[in-house]
Design a protein around this ligand. Structure first.
Ligand SMILES: Cc1ncc(COP(=O)(O)O)c(C=O)c1O
Length: 387
C-alpha cells in the first residue's frame, strides 16, 4: 500500500503502535518461553509477562486479572460466550436475546444455536441504531439464559445503553454478555458498574496485534460458568486450551495500558475530526445523512450516506483515502449493510453509506486532504451521472 494513502478505516483494524511492537519483540526471540512450562526461568519469564498483561487488561474494564481469558480475538470470545452459556445453562433455559445489528460473530453463532434447538430473539433498533431497554425487558421469558448486546456498533458507532441493559439482566437473574470489540480502549467500560458478566475484546482494534483477544468472565456475584469450545491442555482455567501467544498477549496488554492512559485525549481529538469531516462534507455536498446516533457514538467513527452516490463506486474512485463502504468484515459480499438496513431508511441509504474511522496516527493535514478528496470524488461521480 503506498504511503500516501490516508488510512481512515480504524474500525476495521488499527496499525500496531510502535510502542506496542517494541515490548512484543523480545518475546519472539530471547524471551520465547512457554508460559505453562514453569520448571525453569524461560517459562517463568513468559508467565510473568502474561500475568502483567492480564492485570493491564483487567484494569481497563474494572475486572479481576483472574477473570481474563486469552483468545484469538473477539470472534472466538463471542463464540465461547454464546456456545459456552448455551451448553452450561441448558438445564436452566434455552432462550437468548440479541439484536439485529450485531456483528456476524454473534449473528452466525446464534443461527447455529437455533439449528441446535435453542431459541433466539433478535431485537430491532431505532433510527439511530439503538435497542430499547424496555424491549429487552419485554423479550425476557422464564427460559431466557443470556442477553448479548454489542457495546458499540462496528459500522455506525452507536453505543448501547449497557448500564440499563445490565440492570435489567441483573433484576431477572440472567447473564449479560457484550461484544465490546469496538468499545474497550476507546470509551470507558466498567463491568462491575454496568453489571456485565461476560465481555469480548479484540486487540487489533486498539493498536495491538491481530489474532489476539480476550474474554472477561465474571467469577463472583454471579460466578459465570462456561463450557469450553476448545479442549486440550486445560490452559486459561480450562476455558481455552492451547499454548499462550506470549508476544501477542504482551502487546495486547501494552496496547490497553496505553489506551487507558491516552483514551480521553485521543477521544477528544477523534471527535473533533469526525465532526469536522461531517460539517465540511455538508458544506461541500449539501445533503449528507448521518447514520447512527448523533451523540451516543464512538468518537472515532463517522458513518454517512451521500444520497445518489453509490458507495462502492466512490471507494473505487477514492485512490488517496482508505475507507469502507458498509462493514469491511462482510465486504466479500456486495449486499447492502444489514446494520444500515436495520435503521429503517430503505436500501438506498445502505447503498450510499460510507464509514470513515479516524485513528491515533492521523493528523490535521490528512483529515483536511481526505475531506477534499471525498468531496472531489463525489462531485466527479455526480458529473458523470448528469452526462
Ligand atoms: C463488533 C465486532 N465484533 C467482533 C469482531 C471480530 O473481532 P476479531 O477480528 O478480533 O475476531 C469485530 C471486528 O471485526 C467487531 O467489530
Amino acid at each position: 500500500m503506498p504511503r500516501d494513502v490516508i488510512y481512515l478505516d480504524h474500525n476495521a483494524t488499527t496499525p500496531v503502535d510502535p510502542r506496542v511492537l517494541e515490548v512484543m519483540l523480545p518475546y519472539f526471540t530471547e524471551k520465547f518461553g512457554n508460559a505453562a512450562s514453569i520448571d525453569h526461568d524461560y517459562g517463568h519469564e513468559a508467565k510473568q509477562a502474561v500475568d502483567q498483561a492480564r492485570e493491564q487488561i483487567a484494569a481497563v474494564i474494572n475486572a479481576r486479572p483472574d477473570e481474563i481469558i486469552f483468545t484469538s480475538g473477539a470472534t472466538e470470545s463471542d463464540n465461547i460466550a454464546l456456545f459456552g452459556v448455551a451448553e452450561k445453562y441448558a438445564k436452566k433455559g434455552d432462550h437468548i436475546i440479541t439484536c439485529v445489528t450485531e456483528h456476524k460473530a454473534i449473528l452466525d453463532a446464534c443461527q447455529r444455536l437455533e439449528t441446535m434447538g435453542k431459541s433466539v430473539t433478535y431485537l430491532p433498533v431505532d433510527h439511530f441504531g439503538r435497542v430499547d431497554p424496555d424491549a429487552v425487558r419485554r423479550a425476557i421469558t422464564p427460559r431466557t439464559i443470556l442477553i448479548s448486546m454489542m457495546a458499540a456498533n462496528n459500522e455506525i458507532g452507536t453505543l448501547a445503553p449497557l448500564a440499563e441493559i445490565g440492570r435489567i439482566a441483573a433484576e431477572h437473574d440472567i447473564l449479560f454478555h457484550t461484544d465490546a470489540a469496538q468499545a474497550v480502549g476507546h470509551i470507558p467500560i466498567d463491568v462491575r458498574a454496568m453489571n456485565i458478566h461476560i465481555l469480548s475484546i479484540s486487540a487489533h482494534k486498539i493498536y495491538g496485534p491481530k489474532g489476539m483477544g480476550a474474554l472477561y468472565r465474571r467469577r463472583s456475584l454471579p460466578r459465570v460458568q462456561l463450557e469450553p469450545v476448545i479442549y486440550g491442555g486445560g490452559h486459561e482455567r480450562g476455558l481455552r486450551s492451547g499454548t499462550l501467544n506470549t508476544p501477542g498477549i504482551v502487546g495486547f496488554g501494552e496496547s490497553l495500558r496505553l489506551a487507558k492512559k491516552e483514551m480521553t485525549k485521543d477521544a477528544a481529538r477523534f471527535r473533533g475530526w469526525t465532526q469536522q469531516i461531517y460539517e465540511r462534507l455538508q458544506v461541500e455536498l449539501g445533503e449528507v445523512l448521518l447514520n447512527g446516533h448523533p451523540t451516543e457514538r464512538l468518537p472515532h467513527n463517522l458513518n454517512v450516506s451521500l444520497p445518489g452516490v453509490e458507495s462502492k463506486a466512490l471507494i473505487v474512485k477514492l485512490k488517496g483515502v482508505a475507507l469502507s463502504a458498509g462493514s469491511a468484515c462482510t465486504s466479500a459480499k456486495v449486499e447492502p449493510s444489514h446494520v444500515i438496513q436495520a435503521l429503517g431508511f430503505g436500501d438506498d441509504r445502505a447503498h450510499s453509506a460510507i464509514r470513515i474511522s479516524v485513528g491515533r496516527f492521523n493528523n490535521d493535514a490528512q483529515i483536511a486532504s481526505a475531506i477534499d478528496q471525498i468531496g472531489m470524488a463525489v462531485r466527479n461521480l455526480q458529473t458523470m451521472r448528469v452526462v
